[in-house]
Design a protein around this ligand. Structure first.
Ligand code: PLP
Length: 388
């Protein structure tokens, strides 16, 4: 299989697994214990905290380990909701559902800031939305298109009005450099499995001095900011993955994506690259194919051994364009013909070019079938298509 769905989840790197293994087999000590084995587990967690902090230019004390990226986001937004005065929650229209569903559930107004055609935040609209705002949450990079948001400007504008900012950096973490101090964000969410760490562990950066309200209360772990016995193996894995990412983003990552896109654009007619090309994650390619249903392409690509994602979400059995594409003004028909290819460290340029060749064949086949009046090869509803 050629795995080109890294924005959904990345493969665990062998070095990360190796770092985790001692804590999965035999390292069974509760880090809160007073005996030697517990102290070793505590030291391993402290080391991982330093590694994750180093990835984003934070202080170790500013890192709170959580159970996943969604938990980090919900913790951040609920803490802001609890501690900020009245006013609206200002978020972009292209946030991940972890942000959108959470702010919708809060007892305050949610303002959705539009994006321009390239998928970047409309800054005039953002500024206007800040009148009477309590807090802001703008993602660092979008999971579907890979478009990187103007976070520094967002924080500058919000901070000038004393409005705190959370960023969902779950797709950006480990793919582009992030520095919480240079950015000036108050809260930042990360998820280990998006940068070759394990699933089931995330981190939340909480700026030193920021008032904070925990989501999970109980035994007082993580300095009282996230109760629950620590997932030592997962946290150690996240630390190891962060250290690898902090050592440098491999040139091969953009190489695979760029080689893939070039091969696609030279071998397939009627392809549109979605998202501002000057501000994209180096690993993501979001493409629309004229006269091709994305579900049909997914089936053909799966059969050919290529794993990728549809750029649209299947909800209640109906193929619907994703909110991200709609917000970008992509017409519904084109949105339903979009696929996301996202690469990660193990992908090679050769593999990416091979994926482009298999894609060209799938597109040709689908267009032939759909154009012949036989009807699409798609079987509705595809319930396994979701938005990651
Ligand atoms: N935010 C973004 C931008 C994501 O891409 C994802 C994962 O798909 C999440 C949040 C949720 O992260 P997790 O799966 O770790 O809960």
């Amino acid at each position: 299989m050629i795995y080109a769905d890294a924005n959904a989840t990345t493969p665990l790197l062998p070095e990360v697994l190796e770092a985790m293994l001692p804590w999965l087999g035999g390292g069974h000590a509760n880090p809160s214990g007073s005996y030697a084995a517990a102290k070793r587990a505590r030291a391993a967690i402290d080391r991982a905290r330093e590694q994750v902090a180093a990835l984003i230019g934070a202080e170790p004390e500013e890192i709170v380990f959580t159970g996943c990226g969604t938990e980090s986001v919900n913790t951040a937004l609920r803490s802001l909701d609890a501690l900020c005065g009245p006013g609206a929650a200002v978020v972009s229209a292209i946030e991940h559902s972890a942000v959108l569903r959470c702010v919708e559930s809060l007892p305050r107004e949610t303002r959705l800031v539009p994006v321009a055609g390239g998928g970047r935040l409309a800054m005039d609209a953002f500024e206007a939305a800040l009148d009477g705002a309590a807090f802001v949450s703008i993602m660092a990079a979008n999971n579907e298109t890979g478009v990187i948001q103007p976070l520094r400007e967002v924080v500058e504008i919000a901070a000038a009005r004393g409005i705190p900012v959370h960023t969902d950096a779950i797709q950006a973490g480990g793919k582009i450099p992030l520095d919480v101090k240079a950015l000036g964000v108050d809260l930042l969410s990360l998820s280990a499995h998006k940068f070759h760490g394990p699933t089931g562990v995330g981190a939340l950066h909480v700026r030193r001095g920021l008032k904070f309200e925990p989501l999970l209360r109980g035994g007082g772990q993580e300095g009282g900011r996230r109760s629950g016995t620590e997932n030592t193996a997962g946290i150690v894995g996240m630390g190891a993955a962060a250290a690898i990412a902090a050592a440098g983003i491999p040139a091969g990552l953009a190489g695979a994506r760029d080689a893939f896109e070039q091969a696609v654009l030279t071998s397939i007619a009627g392809v549109t690259v979605n998202g501002d090309p000057a501000h994209r994650l180096p690993n993501t390619s979001h493409l629309s194919f004229d006269q091709c249903d994305a579900s049909g392409l997914l089936i053909l690509l799966d059969a050919a051994g290529v794993a990728c994602s549809a750029g649209s979400a299947c909800m209640t059995g109906k193929q619907r364009p994703s909110h991200v594409q709609l917000a970008m003004g992509i017409p519904a028909e084109r949105a339903k013909s979009s696929l996301r290819f996202s690469f990660s460290r193990p992908n090679t340029v050769e593999e990416a070019v091979r994926a482009a060749g298999l894609l060209a064949r799938a597109v040709e086949k689908l267009r032939r079938v759909q154009g012949s009046g036989v009807g699409p090869v798609v079987v509705y509803p595809r319930t396994d298509i979701r938005n990651f």
